[in-house]
Design a protein around this ligand. Structure first.
Ligand code: 6R9
Length: 664
């Protein structure tokens, strides 16, 4: 490092606040600081602007119906169609502009570009095919697909005919697929033969088929996309399985009139991890969700129709739903979609793509940024990144060092960085700076977006002082919110509202949404999110339930009991630590360890792989028999241990500590 560079690093290291550049501000979509006050004064009318970003067949009566909290209704009785909003309405002016720029992993493969016109055509053809297969309005169609362009096509085709989709991340296991299809009574599946990962052609259909074998009801039809061609694994399609390309060809030129959906009709389900072992089916609706995705894309990501925007998440997660597919396409922009990983074939792959497509905005996860940092600045430096105008992060807390590295080495100190806090349940961004207005503070997501009432409270619901840790709560509803958990209103109330609400009241003032995150606020109202306070851990921005992992481990022969916690991890944010008690007669050896790791991979997927498996004769338990997870976390993190005197078996702690040290 030159002396000059060294000085720059040192200055950045100390700097705690950053202003957006004048150049950025002069062109930003939102620049009037008054928006915060305006929204507060005109609430909930302030959300009419978001609804105005959409085209409606019939206007809505009321912005918000809050007569039955927490079952809020937004834009009541309005009629619209999401596929129309993301495609048809752009055709006249932007039909020849690129909607999806798809980049495959193999560098010698031609990219696939879909203009709005082309995407519209394929969505219509596939929508017609789905109907012919028997998909009717309100049937849940499951999609178990990697990052292929047929995934957004299928999502939009479903939206067109009013069939909600449920996308299952391709990295999840066969068992996870079956669980989700069963939970949603889904009789249709769209999947794929395979995909490329670091040069290998992975077999995906085998997993999909295994998942189908675990479905407890009849599956009417499965559609299989041929992604791998000659690199495929030679599976013959089973009865009831159809080749995607053939179906589309059979429906060439078909036109499907978009179904007029009610504002509150379900657009999709997304299963996510919670405190208990069973994934939660988060239900999102048509108008509120799309308005939220579109408005936040415009206000926070500063998306304009002529931009080339890239979110490097996977569509199998909420981030990809809202910010690869729905938000950007509703705004008529170009959305880049990349199949592979950032380090294949080289560690400069992302920067190569940014340069080649002249990407304007990049939205990625802190885990990826920490990896870029570790690999070194020489990789981005090989490329011209001057097209970038804005950077974003999502999924987990970002440490100030990684934030500054991103700002400096990717954004050249010219791009604002938006650190966006939100969840599957919130539909879109909630806490972040508006990049054309607010200064940025590395490590803090920022103030709540205008119109949102976010408070940091103690266990009694009293607001805590600035600087003190508390719990994040949202005190007013917002259009993008989940409406319920699929067919389980009771669990919806218990999981998200019961903690801080008066659940007997029908006054919306008495209802508070609790996202299960810890946070603190500073004097300027900037919020630093500290992480989950429930039994959810966040590995590389992926949300995993410890209970789900524990039940996978307990399912392995010879395992008597297991406790899983998240330990700090330099790259992944958190990593899975598993403490395991074996049944008599079983040995805690490498073979057992492998079977446990395999059991987790089979039941959830490789993302949930334990970093460490620690065998122990007992787990630290309170006198009432509860596992002391906090202690296990402290052991994993090699931290000083809290009070152990309330334990039934304090002597076990030291024993476990020694074992963890040996693991490291
Ligand atoms: C969008 C998404 C949600 C959980 C959330 C929180 C964590 C997300 C964050 C963040 C700190 C941020 N989280 N963004 N923590 N700073 N900017 O990630 O949804 O998969 O449902 O995860 O992720 O803990 O509760 P989801």
């Amino acid at each position: 490092m030159s002396e000059e560079e060294g000085q720059l690093e040192a200055r950045l290291e100390e700097q705690e606040e950053f202003e957006p550049s004048e150049e950025f501000v002069s062109q930003a979509n939102v620049t009037d600081e008054g928006i915060y006050e305006e929204f507060e004064e005109d609430w909930p009318g302030c959300w009419e602007g978001a609804a105005d970003l959409l085209d409606w067949y019939e206007g809505y009566d009321e912005v918000l119906d809050d007569s039955n909290p927490p079952f809020y209704k937004w834009f009541t009785d309005g009629k619209l169609n999401v596929s129309d909003n993301c495609l048809d309405r752009h055709l006249e002016e932007r039909g020849d502009e690129v909607a999806i720029e798809w980049v495959g992993e193999p560098t010698d493969e031609e990219n696939r570009t879909f203009t709005y016109e082309e995407l519209h055509r394929e969505v219509n053809e596939f929508a017609a095919a789905l109907r012919d297969l028997g998909v009717e309005e309100d049937d849940v169609v499951t999609m178990y697909m990697p990052m292929v362009p047929e995934l957004p096509v299928a999502m939009l085709a479903c939206a067109r005919i009013g069939a909600p989709h449920s996308v299952v991340f391709a990295g999840f296991s066969a068992e996870a697929l079956a669980t989700r299809m069963n939970a949603a009574d889904s009789e249709f599946l769209v999947t794929c033969d395979g995909y490329y990962r670091r040069g290998d052609a992975l077999d995906h259909l085998e997993k999909a088929n295994e998942g189908l074998d675990g479905v407890d009801h009849d599956v009417e039809a499965t559609v299989v996309v041929d992604r791998l061609g000659d690199d495929g694994h030679g599976h013959d399609l089973r009865d009831g399985q159809h080749d995607y390309a053939e179906l589309v060809a059979d429906h060439e030129g078909a036109e499907v009139e978009p179904v007029h959906r009610d504002a509150e009709d379900m657009l999709f389900l997304m299963y996510t991890s919670g405190t208990t072992g069973k994934p939660k089916g988060v239900k999102h609706t048509t108008a509120g969700y799309l308005a939220w995705a579109a408005w936040t894309s415009q206000a926070v990501l500063d998306i304009k129709p002529d931009d080339t925007y890239w979110c490097s998440a996977d569509i199998g997660w909420i981030t990809g739903h809202s910010y690869i597919v729905y938000g950007p396409l509703a705004l008529g922009t170009t959305s880049v979609m990349y199949e592979g990983t950032p380090d294949y074939p080289e560690r400069d792959r992302l920067w190569e793509i940014v340069e080649e497509y002249e990407v304007d905005q990049l939205y990625t996860a802190p885990t990826a940024i920490r990896a870029f940092m570790k690999w070194g600045k020489q990789f981005p430096e090989e490329h011209d990144l001057s097209s970038l105008r804005l950077l974003g992060t999502v999924g987990e807390p970002i440490n100030p060092r990684a934030w500054k590295w991103y700002y400096q080495h990717i954004g050249n100190e010219e791009c604002p960085v938006v650190d966006t806090w939100w969840q599957t349940e919130t539909g879109g961004m909630m806490v972040t700076t508006l990049p054309g207005i607010k200064k940025m503070k590395p490590g803090s997501a920022g103030p709540p977006l205008p119109g949102l009432d976010v408070r940091i409270v103690d266990t009694k619901g009293e607001e805590v002082e600035p600087g003190r840790a508390g719990y994040l709560t949202v005190n007013k509803p917002w259009p993008g919110m989940l409406r319920t958990l699929y067919q389980n209103d009771e669990r919806f109330v218990n999981e998200y509202w019961a903690e801080y609400s008066d659940t007997d009241s029908d006054d919306p003032e008495d209802w508070v949404y609790f996202p299960e995150d810890g946070a603190k606020i500073d004097e300027d109202g900037y919020i630093t999110v500290l992480g989950r306070v429930d039994d959810v851990i966040n590995v590389s921005g992926h949300r995993l339930g410890t209970m789900e992992i524990e039940s996978a481990i307990v399912g392995v022969e010879g395992v008597a009991e297991a406790a899983v916690v998240g330990g700090d991890h330099e790259m992944k944010g958190e990593a899975v630590y598993a403490y395991v008690i074996l049944e008599d007669g079983y040995e805690g050896d490498d073979d057992m360890r492998e079977r446990i790791v395999g059991g987790v991979e089979d039941s959830i997927g490789p993302i949930a792989r334990p970093e460490a498996v620690v065998f122990t004769p007992e787990l630290p338990k309170t006198r009432s028999g509860k596992i002391m997870r906090r202690l296990l976390e402290q052991i994993a993190n090699d931290e000083e241990l809290g009070d152990t005197t309330t334990l039934r078996n304090p002597e076990i702690v030291e024993d476990i500590q020694t074992k963890v040290e040996r693991e490291d």
